[in-house]
Design a protein around this ligand. Structure first.
Ligand code: SF4
Ligand code: SF4
Length: 502
């Protein structure tokens, strides 16, 4: 199969080698884990443990709240020290509840292992849900929900295109067999007839490991798709276009083309959840960049803070200046390192003062309408026009021109000779529009509550009036008059009453 070329994108210098000198390194847990109950797209889980309670590794500590949510499990055995709510730089603008676990003891809880070749698709999806598995590529969508409709084609995404991130590369080099088996399992869970394992052509050691795994475990059911190393090839829509030649329509979803994309680490986690009964309590994180002493790929208990993780990698170099959660293209700048690692965090990148200075060396200039930003945009947008609408504060027009199709890949920033931070403008505009929409929804819900209360009060008042009128009507009826006279006579006749028996 010859991959198609998706629109736009850039060839960027690779930096996976910097963190790939050795294999996977274990990250010992810190004395205290801070496990966020929001580590996924959708609603946060609800704590189901109490302060002071002892927990075992793998035990559920947060229950999914409704459909678009995911269970959260204890990454280590220990005692619940606190359940704290606060701002999280990893989820800007949201308050996140964290379960703090003081790590002690070594108790483990697992689910009963299942034979995936015999289990029904429903059983497999239920197990994936119970294990708290979400998309580990970064989106964090609850996996069981994504698998719930039948698809023609399943794509296992190992096209790790951000230049410094190497966690999927390290995973494939170490555990390609579990990824391949996980792919077959996910195909059974979703009914996909075809499974493709997509890996970039520059990931040579990972490709070799995949070929060996396919020969041993692929059973002819999983194809290897070698795709060119072009950023952002690993984007869901770009990968689908590369493999199928078809574009996901604007405003549509991959399922509209009968395709489902799952990250390779998600496939492995699903396989371990079903065959070994493991819940999702750890992930691989690349710790890299010239600002860290000994870069590497670490198997990290979820809830470990970035500060502890960087310590394992030898700590910061003297010229470390900027910390990113994620890669240089789409990562989130962190104000500090006291941030716990969650299910969707694949990389901690530390940049130096020289790198930061190089970025700010060229001042931002006015747009010269050169159009260089359009050909690199993988979403086929016109970033220059989008910027115009965003700066003019025309949210509807910006939305019409595809603001919400922008995947914030940063290609337009790199192409712009005027050094305009287009992506930051688009990210900010999207955040504002989402906040406004949430505010409108809140106001609408409050108005509906108020109107329904008013209606209830009016209904109750009308019922009261009706009851009073009925009482008055009854009181005026001949029978009621006779009954009242009878009651008065009986009262007078009662012994001890004034006039009684006189
Ligand atoms: S950041 Fe958005 S507008 Fe810019 S190239 Fe990427 S998708 Fe296009
Ligand atoms: S690349 Fe920069 S200067 Fe050129 S049109 Fe786009 S925004 Fe304007």
């Amino acid at each position: 199969m010859r991959p198609q070329r998706f629109h736009g994108g850039l060839r960027l210098a690779g930096h996976k080698a910097e963190s790939s000198a050795d294999g996977l390194r274990p990250c010992p847990p810190p004395a205290r884990l801070r496990v966020p109950l929001l580590q996924h797209a959708g609603r946060a889980a609800e704590a189901c443990v109490a302060v002071g309670e002892r927990v075992r590794r793998g035990q559920c500590i947060g229950r999914a709240e409704g459909e678009y949510s995911a269970d959260v499990h204890a990454p280590c055995a220990g005692r619940i020290q606190a359940i704290e709510s606060g701002e999280s730089p990893a989820f800007p603008g949201q308050r996140v509840v964290e379960v703090w676990i003081d790590v002690e003891g070594d108790g483990v809880t697992t689910l009963p292992p299942l034979d995936w070749t015999l289990a029904s698709p429903e059983t497999l999806r239920e197990r994936i849900r119970e294990a708290g598995i979400v998309g580990l590529g970064g989106a964090g969508f609850p996996t069981a929900e994504k698998l719930s409709a039948c698809r023609e084609r399943l794509v296992l995404n190992g096209a790790e295109c951000e230049p410094w991130i190497a966690c999927d590369d390290a995973l494939l080099r170490a555990h390609a067999d579990e990824v391949v088996l996980g792919g077959r399992l996910l195909a059974r869970a979703t009914g996909a007839a075809r499974v493709q394992l997509a890996v970039e052509d520059s990931m040579t050691a990972a490709l070799e490991a995949c070929r060996a795994a396919l020969a041993g475990h692929g059973a002819g059911e999983v194809e290897l798709a070698v795709v060119p190393t072009i950023y952002p090839e690993g984007g869901e829509r770009q990968l689908i276009q590369a493999l199928t030649g078809r574009e996901v329509p604007r405003g549509g979803l991959p399922r509209d083309l009968g395709v489902i994309v799952q990250n390779v680490a998600t496939a492995r986690a699903a396989w371990r959840a079903v065959t070994l009964g493991e819940t999702l309590t750890e992930r691989i994180v690349t710790v890299t960049g010239p600002g860290v002493a000994n870069p590497g790929n670490y198997v990290v208990p979820l809830g470990t803070t970035v500060s502890h993780l960087v310590e394992q990698a030898g700590g910061y170099t003297p010229d470390a200046a900027r910390l990113l959660l994620g890669g240089p293209m789409m990562g989130l700048a962190l104000p500090h390192d006291d941030v716990p690692v969650g299910k969707t965090h694949n990389c901690v990148l530390v940049q130096t003062a020289a790198e930061v200075a190089a970025e700010t060396l060229e001042p931002e200039m006015p747009c010269i309408r050169c159009g260089d930003c359009a050909p690199v945009c993988p979403a086929r947008l016109l970033p220059q026009q989008l910027l115009w609408q965003v700066r003019a504060e025309r949210p509807e027009r910006a939305a019409d021109q595809g603001l919400f199709d922008c995947i914030e890949c940063g290609c337009c920033d790199l192409a712009c000779p005027s050094h305009i931070p287009l992506t930051a403008h688009f990210r900010h505009a999207k955040g504002e529009q989402r906040a406004r929409a949430a505010e409108t929804a809140r106001a609408l819900a409050a108005r509906e509550r108020h109107e329904s209360r008013q209606q209830r009060l009016e209904r109750e008042a009308a019922e009261r009036v009706e009851r009073d009128a009925a009482r008055r009507r009854n009181a005026a009826s001949p029978d009621a008059v006779a009954a009242a006279l009878e009651r008065a006579r009986a009262k007078r006749a009662a012994p001890g009453e004034p006039g009684a028996g006189a």
